[in-house]
Ligand binder design. Structure first.
Ligand code: FE
Length: 347
């Protein structure tokens, strides 16, 4: 009797001992996400991923420049697994600096069309954003704005009527890069010279300030991303912004030809990712119906999967043809775009 008790006690201790070793040796599953998307609502998304997979999400956030410095300093020892940001131009810069690796997941490649991926599949779209024309129907006639294109904005008709933010802004650099991709450098430069002459003021402020300027009668049209009007109409920027946004209408440019310029929020897997499998799972999760629903309802961007509809506020602006120019081109032509905007005197 004593013998068997001793034996089972020994056995118990053995089990206890081994389970301690196992627990001690298997680290908590995690994924380290470097992000310059500054949306608080993304945190809810990350928590949902953890709930689903048990994988802990560690967020390292900072500006693109700060994250780049950090990755440079960390080198091969970087704990970074995923890079998540806005604008194809920013994703392309990280790729050019050698911080990313090709995404191998067939799942991801099946979901995301090739024009919404970076070269070598080193980054993919997570959400879409359209850069459109907002106008004040009190000062812009219906036939002036009907069938408008970005190219039309260089015409004399718009002299002193346009507001847009500065050329240091990546959204504008990507728009100009897409024009270069479609029209060539020469024609884009001719366009830019005239376009800049039509500005109502020296570029200042962010996209939302351009919308406020049009609502307050300082200009007639503004170029800005659609999700800003979603944020404003939903009242997330306060009552003044909500009222201002209600005065604005949207014109989707280039519906007669290639479609409206579409940029992305996107992500990639960092080159020295120590948790590559988790990084892949994380990106796959962001492309799930659940995550896409969360994204469109909180950031007001367009989904990248077609089983999900945009937020009702955004859907109300109607369907439109999206430009299928490869987002990779925004990176390719970025250096030319920056120089061209500078030559044109776009501040
Ligand atoms: Fe933005």
């Amino acid at each position: 009797m004593i013998y068997t008790t001793m034996k089972s006690l020994k056995f118990l201790i053995k089990i206890l001992f081994f389970s301690l070793i196992v627990v001690g040796c298997s680290p908590v599953e995690e994924v380290n996400v470097y992000t310059s998307r500054h949306y608080d609502v993304d945190d809810i998304l990350y928590a949902e991923f953890t709930k689903k997979t048990g994988i802990k999400v560690n967020i390292i956030s900072g500006s693109g420049g700060a994250l780049m410095e950090r990755l440079k300093a960390e080198g091969q020892n970087s704990p970074g697994d995923v890079f998540f940001t806005v604008d194809a131009g920013n994703l392309a810069n990280f790729q050019k600096a050698g911080f990313l690796q090709p995404i191998e997941s067939e799942n991801i490649k099946n979901i995301i069309p090739v024009e919404l991926r970076g070269p070598n599949n080193e980054w993919v779209a997570i959400a879409k954003r359209a850069r459109v024309i907002f106008y004040n129907p009190e000062s812009v006639a219906e036939d002036e704005i009907k069938n408008i294109s970005y190219e039309d904005l260089s015409s004399e008709t718009w002299k002193g009527r346009i507001v847009v933010r500065s050329s240091s802004n990546m959204y504008n650099q990507s728009l100009v890069a897409s024009l270069i991709s479609n029209l060539g450098i020469k024609d884009t430069e001719i366009w830019a010279n005239e376009f800049v002459n039509n500005f109502a003021r020296t570029p200042q402020g962010n996209d939302r300030s351009q919308l406020m300027a049009v609502a307050n009668g300082l200009a007639d049209i503004a170029i800005a991303n659609t999700y800003y009007v979603g944020i404003m109409l939903a009242g997330k920027g306060g009552e003044e912004q909500r009222k201002a946004a209600q005065k604005l209408k949207i014109a989707f440019p280039n519906q007669d030809n290639r479609g409206t310029h579409v940029n992305i929020s996107g992500g990639g897997i960092l080159k020295y990712s120590p948790n590559k499998k988790n990084a892949e799972m994380f990106l796959e999760f962001l492309l799930s119906e659940e995550a896409q629903t969360h994204i469109v309802n909180n950031s007001f961007e367009y989904p990248v999967i077609n089983t999900i509809a945009p937020h009702p506020i955004i859907a109300k602006f109607g369907d439109f043809k999206m430009d299928k120019t490869s987002v990779a081109d925004f990176g390719t032509y970025n250096p030319e775009a920056v120089k061209l905007m500078d030559r044109a005197g776009w501040k």
